[in-house]
Design a protein around this ligand. Structure first.
Ligand code: OSB
Ligand code: MG
Length: 369
């Protein structure tokens, strides 16, 4: 009835196609896979911190340090098994939400596997399929962007998000709208704009976007509120949303009309749930963001996206959109046009393939009480 062992592996997986945002271009993903063992059952979690502190202040190495030196010892010292107990006790440590979420997710998978039910059942999910979406990076040219969007639509995706930055915004939206006038389209700036760019951002109103995501810096709730007052397109916050408290402030201020929930960014499923419920009570739709997770993290996201207020399409795509060889079996696939089925086996409901994890691992460490 206590965690007997925790194992962490640092993995590197090459992307099928480079991914470029306003932060820069990357060709592969470095991330941590966590395993929590109890009574012959293993729960899997993924920590979404990236190699460089660009999207978030956390990195794979800060997360490794916080997990190894603080969070894993906390689990052993207090005999924590219940994810809710872990979330509460881990609250004594400030920040480091991605590190906390990685371990909490492993405990949730373990709990659901021990109960023999899919995670979505434990969470109170209401959907067997979630609406998928594909996130398109910045390309070398507009024709390449349009061709890539076209190929995703051919594969069955129905909602497309494009990354924007100053100089790659109005023209990119215009190019897509010329070829695909009616596709569900949204744009994500990852905080690349400043208040002086307001006229450019207002020009995006012409393209009937579902939303514009995170135009300004994460801490600048107030400038987002001023922008939302002069823009018709709903704003959505991603990087700004770290906790229930920031969501409450953002909604009271009018900084956004839509909230992107990433379980890693907010510190785990317990905080995710509080944000989900608060938004639902206020009539604010949420959707499930992605961090180019491996199949482990993406399976976790599918269960999360089955909750009732996740009413907008997620940044959740098939395994092959990201990686040639995902670390799970079977791969995640579209189950119908623009949809992905929530796995119905126990826990995350997909099987991590140990052999592939070993091959992708650059470091593995095991911890015991
Ligand atoms: O801002 O949503 C983002 C990936 C890494 C870091 C930040 C973001 C993203 C994505 C990828 O847009 C979405 C996905 O996982 O499909
Ligand atoms: Mg985003």
């Amino acid at each position: 009835m206590t965690i007997e062992r925790v194992e962490m592996s640092l993995l590197r997986l090459p992307y099928v196609h480079f991914f470029e945002t306003s932060f820069g271009r990357s060709y592969d993903r470095t991330f941590i896979i966590l395993k929590a063992f109890e009574g012959g059952v293993c729960g899997y979690g993924e920590c979404v911190a990236e190699e460089a502190p660009l999207y978030s202040g956390e990195t794979t190495e800060t997360a490794w340090h916080v997990l190894r030196d603080f969070l894993v010892p906390l689990v052993f010292r207090k005999g924590l098994v219940e994810p809710g107990d872990f979330a509460r006790e881990a609250g004594v440590f400030r920040g480091n939400r991605m590190a906390k979420a990685g371990l909490e997710l492993a405990l949730w998978d373990l709990k659901a596997k021990k109960a023999g039910v899919p995670l979505s059942r434990l969470y109170g999910g209401v959907r067997e399929e979630v609406e998928a979406g594909v996130s398109c990076g910045i390309e070398d040219s507009l024709p390449e962007l349009v061709a890539r969007v076209g190929s995703y639509l051919e594969q069955g995706y129905r909602r497309v998000k494009i990354k924007i930055k100053p100089g790659w915004d109005v023209k990119a939206c215009e190019a897509i709208r010329l070829s695909y006038p009616d596709v569900m389209l949204q744009a994500d700036a990852n905080g690349a704009y400043r208040p002086e760019d307001t006229e450019t951002l207002k020009a995006l109103d012409a393209f009937r976007l579902l939303m514009v995501e995170q135009p300004f810096a994460p801490y600048d709730l107030w400038e987002h509120a001023k922008l939302q007052r002069v823009m018709a397109t709903p704003l959505c916050l991603d990087e700004s949303v770290l906790s229930l408290e920031t969501v409450r402030a953002a909604l009271e201020m009018g900084s956004c009309r839509i909230v992107n929930i990433k379980v890693g960014r907010v510190g785990g499923p317990v905080e995710m749930r509080k944000i989900h419920d608060h938004c639902e009570a206020r009539g604010v739709p949420v959707w499930c963001g992605g961090m180019l997770e491996s199949g482990v993290g993406r399976a976790h996201n599918l269960h999360i996206a089955s909750l009732p207020n996740f009413t907008l399409p997620a940044d959740l795509s098939a395994s092959r959109r990201y990686y040639k060889e995902d670390i799970i079996d079977p791969f995640i696939e579209l189950s119908g046009p623009g949809k992905i089925r929530v796995p119905d086996g126990p826990g995350i409901g997909v099987r991590p393939v140990e052999e592939r994890i070993r091959r992708a691992a650059v470091r593995t460490e095991s911890f015991k009480p």
